[in-house]
Design a protein around this ligand. Structure first.
Ligand SMILES: NC(=O)c1ccc[n+]([C@@H]2O[C@H](COP(=O)([O-])OP(=O)(O)OC[C@H]3O[C@@H](n4cnc5c(N)ncnc54)[C@H](OP(=O)(O)O)[C@@H]3O)[C@@H](O)[C@H]2O)c1
Length: 358
């Protein structure tokens, strides 16, 4: 889901980005995303945005273009250490964004071996490959690394205590990145939805077509996050890595304040701001869709799923606001855009248009 949105977001300024997204199903879109739409012109300045210097300029965070392969995407399995290493060595990326994972949280409880192989060992393989070519790693992790006992949003410094195999395997992936690399960003997010793949929004809308009432848990709180917004945040981060000396911050209207920034690697929390329970989230989705279907609250215990989830997994985004200087918008605003065709600039999934019709 996130991989494809990332490809589409990054292609807008891909000439400054040495990113290769490694995930199999996203490949078709990635091939297209990395096909140059215009030749790289280092003298071009984007409006209101910092740009990478020419790649042979040592002050830019990127390497010279010379010697790079032109083919920008490869199909590979993150559990295959040799293959990952070979692909990364061939591509010599500056940054690897590692989004591939086994994300079926309940499935991870059932096939624990597979979960650890993909999420923990896979992340370690990617980190080792990054080390081999001195690339920075951006690793997507999860709000589920916390136990949910906290009352207020989780900070990066809060103690982790995963409740499920999925969360533990992702945390082991984090640990591998920290152990192997100096240049890493661990981006923890949660409750993702986006245009590609299965998500809660589309599931609720689909069910609302055939059921008069939906039962949804009301004892878990988090921050629904639009993959397009994560993609934008990663875009900002990459712009800073590519041009570490100066970034433009605090833009108001046409006025931007210039500030020098040092790259601050480490763990970051990024999710749409604000928080909601799954129950109120479902109500908001149906309200925006104009659906008459009712939502009934149930407890997690009643739902009885194999994996335990944290009761509260809201993330505090303030570190990411300081560096690289990006603020995530409110979850309701993002959801409204996702569900409104004229706002989001692409077709609405069948589930949404049908819910609106019915
Ligand atoms: N979804 C969420 O709510 C959420 C929340 C917090 C963090 N995250 C993290 O964000 C990242 C992206 O999540 P997402 O929802 O976009 O996940 P997704 O839609 O499930 O995509 C994950 C991708 O990884 C691929 N993959 C699985 N095993 C692989 C392997 N061995 N080698 C290469 N690719 C493999 C999957 O391919 P197949 O489909 O072919 O298996 C899939 O395309 C993940 O790291 C996830 O842990 C997600």
């Amino acid at each position: 889901m996130l991989g494809v949105d990332l490809c589409q977001e990054l292609r807008k300024e891909h000439e400054l980005i040495g990113v290769d997204v490694i995930a199999s199903p996203a490949l078709r879109h990635c091939e297209e995303a990395f096909r140059p739409t215009k030749p790289f012109d280092p003298s071009t300045k984007a409006q209101g945005r910092s740009r990478a210097k020419p790649r042979d300029d040592k002050s830019s965070g990127l390497r010279p273009e010379q010697g790079r392969r032109t083919k920008q995407s490869h199909k590979c399995d993150v559990t295959n250490k040799r293959e990952i290493l070979q692909v990364v060595k061939n591509m010599r990326p500056d940054i690897v964004i590692h989004t591939a994972a086994m994300t079926d949280v309940d499935g991870c409880e059932v096939d624990q071996k597979k979960a650890y192989k993909i999420n923990a060992e896979g992340a370690r393989n990617v980190a080792l490959a990054c080390k081999a070519v001195d690339a920075a790693l951006i690793y997507l992790s999860t709000d589920f690394v916390f136990d949910g006992k906290k009352k207020n949003p989780y900070k990066e410094t809060d103690k982790t205590d995963p409740l499920s195999v999925y969360a533990d395997s992702k945390l082991k992936g984090e640990a591998a990145a920290k152990r192997i690399l100096k240049k890493y960003f661990i981006l923890r997010t949660g409750w993702l939805y986006g245009k590609h793949g299965k998500n809660f929004v589309d599931t609720i809308l689909k069910k609302a077509k055939t059921e008069k009432a939906l039962k949804v848990v009301d004892d878990q709180t988090g921050s629904p996050t639009y993959t397009k917004d994560i993609a934008k945040a990663i875009h900002v981060l990459i712009s800073v890595i590519a041009s570490p000396e100066v970034i433009l911050r605090h833009c108001e209207g046409t006025k931007c304040q210039k500030q020098s920034q040092k790259i601050e690697y480490g763990v970051y929390h990024i999710s749409n701001s604000g928080s909601v329970s799954w129950f109120d989230y479902a109500k908001e989705i149906l309200k925006l869709a104009g659906s008459q279907t009712k939502v009934l609250p149930i407890s997690s215990k009643e739902l009885d799923r194999p994996a335990k989830r944290p009761r509260m997994s809201v993330l505090d985004n303030s570190k990411f606001i300081k560096f690289p200087g990006h603020k995530m918008r409110n979850w309701q605003e993002a959801l409204k855009e996702y569900m409104t065709p004229s706002l989001r600039g692409h077709e609405v999934p069948e589930a949404i248009s049908q819910a609106k019709r019915g």
